[in-house]
Design a binder for this molecule. Structure first.
Ligand code: GLA
Length: 504
């Protein structure tokens, strides 16, 4: 090396890279008081590096790492996202401290805050904690399994998460079951009462998963719910822990399925959560199928609901894995932005839906208070056009009249439950105004949606939704009125509102 300057610079880069090489940790205490450790392992080579980021729930690869002085840049890649997607970070080393921040921070999200890591060793090989060891045998090649015959129309019921999250218990489930009957929800078709996350206790000495102290006797609870003409659902996942950090089913899937069948469970929501730490992307379908087969082996009819946020094109394999429904998105929130982004984003998935196997754009927020009654009617119309599972997520014990009228509108429910089982799709979009249609066993359902903030007039020509009759029979499903119409129809649609029609 002739140039001493370049030589010194290279030396500095190499020594900085050597400083970076090793294991770094970031510790934080979650809302529930549990300690969460994020481990970064960097492997350096001159001025570049690779490595991985590991938590108790996932591992991401570190790629494209570059060291310049005490500054570093790198990308992370999560194998469960689309292959090309990366997240970029920059960092600064100061002795045994490394501060890391995303290059494009998500707006207002948790990920925007810089992390201060401490170097804990020079170890460049990651060894997962013993409780994160992957102990499963390799899966045989994936083969589709035949349908279980359940959910010939989209499942209807109630789930605890949207309203109660961790505050669900035996008493509340019983009261909800009572209210499902007294409010008319059961008779409108809502039969599944589903307990979501936070019911789980620990495995007993025989490896049998027990409920925690909030649910003293699951069998007695199932008997109570069944006696009301309702069915009981439960929640777990293929990882070691659920999303809320409770015991999930990894390594004891068959035993769990047996336990649930013995209790009298009728529906399982199986949520991916921490399973990214246990499985690779090419194992996901098999990890779901493992539970589908375990449920079937019990001989009890149990609806199987996949929840993995729509990753890896789940519509293409969810039914083959044994699923009756599969989530297509991340979690819904009780606001217009979240609901409308999810709902109007479902166009194109109709090819995967049909009797026995449904796309699930997540549970309903109707009655939770974050949207107007108009917006909730849009929510319900859209979900029924999408042949979505109708799983209410409100406090059924204390519903407003408007929430009840929306959730139990028989004419809208009939669209969702139409026996043809076709999922609706977008016909036309002009700015904030959209026309959607759903083919029915007789005629067609048509939604005229106004996503904008001001009332607007929407006109539809019947021929554009495939109706050829000269003056078809048209029914307004919210006004509960027949409408006279010729070749086209026009209506003023309120801001964030819908005119929902059945045309024959
Ligand atoms: C995930 C799911 C939610 C809910 C929670 C429970 O976020 O997507 O629907 O089940 O877990 O922890």
């Amino acid at each position: 090396m002739r140039n001493p300057g370049v030589c010194l610079l290279l030396l500095a880069m190499v020594s900085r890279a050597a400083d970076l090489a090793g294991t770094w940790k970031f510790e934080q205490t979650g809302r529930n008081g549990q300690k969460r450790v994020t481990t970064y392992v960097f492997k350096t080579s001159s001025g570049t590096f690779t490595g991985l980021v590991a938590t108790a729930t996932e591992q991401r690869d570190i790629v494209n790492g570059v060291v310049r002085g005490n500054q570093i840049t790198f990308d992370t890649h999560f194998e469960f996202y689309e292959p090309g997607r990366i997240d970029s970070y920059r960092g600064e080393m100061n002795g045994d401290q490394l501060t890391i921040a995303p290059v494009n921070p998500p707006q207002g999200g948790r990920g925007a805050v810089p992390l201060v890591l401490q170097k804990t060793s020079n170890e460049t090989v990651f060894t997962p904690a013993p409780e994160l060891a992957r102990t499963h045998k390799p899966f045989p090649p994936f083969r589709p399994i035949p349908p279980n015959g359940l959910a010939q129309t989209p499942p209807m019921g109630w789930n605890s998460w949207n309203k109660f999250a961790g505050r669900i218990d035996d008493r509340t489930v019983r009261e909800i079951a009572d209210a499902m009957v007294s409010s008319g929800m059961r008779d409108a078709g809502y039969v599944y009462v589903n307990i979501d996350d936070t019911w789980e206790g620990t495995l007993d000495a025989n490896g049998v998963l027990q409920p925690n102290q909030k649910f003293p006797d699951m069998k007695a609870l199932a008997d109570y719910v069944h006696a009301k003409g309702l069915k009981l659902g439960i929640y777990s996942g293929p990882g070691r822990k659920t999303c809320a950090g409770f015991e999930a089913s990894y390594g004891h899937e068959e035993q769990d399925a047996k336990t649930w069948a013995e209790w009298g469970i009728d529906y399982l929501k199986y949520d991916w959560c921490s399973a990214s730490a246990m499985y690779h992307r090419d194992e996901m379908a098999s990890a779901y199928q493992k539970m589908a087969l375990a449920l079937r082996a019990t001989g009890r009819p149990i609806v199987f609901s996949l929840c993995q946020y729509g990753w890896l094109d789940v519509g293409a394999w969810g039914a083959a894995a044994g699923g009756n429904l599969w989530r297509t998105t991340s979690d819904i929130r009780d606001n217009w932005e979240s609901m409308s982004r999810i709902g109007f984003g479902q166009d194109g998935r109709e090819k995967f839906a049909g009797p026995g196997h449904w796309n699930d754009p997540d549970m309903l927020e109707i009655g939770n208070g974050g949207m107007t009654d108009t917006e909730y009617r849009t929510h319900f119309s859209l979900w029924s056009l999408l042949s979505a599972p109708l799983v209410a997520g409100n406090d059924v014990r204390a519903m407003t009249e408007a929430a009840k009228q929306t959730l139990t509108n028989p004419e809208v429910i009939a669209i969702d439950q139409d026996k043809l089982g076709a999922q609706g799709f977008r016909v036309r979009k002009a700015g904030d105004l959209e026309i959607w249609k759903k083919p029915l066993s007789g005629g067609v359902a048509v939604g005229l949606f106004n996503r904008g903030g001001d009332a607007a007039r929407i006109t539809v020509k019947w021929e554009e939704v495939g109706v050829t009759a000269a003056s078809p029979w048209v029914r307004d499903l919210w006004a509960h009125k027949d409408i006279r119409s010729d070749a086209e129809f026009a209506a003023d649609v309120p801001a964030h509102g819908v005119i929902f029609l059945r045309v024959q």
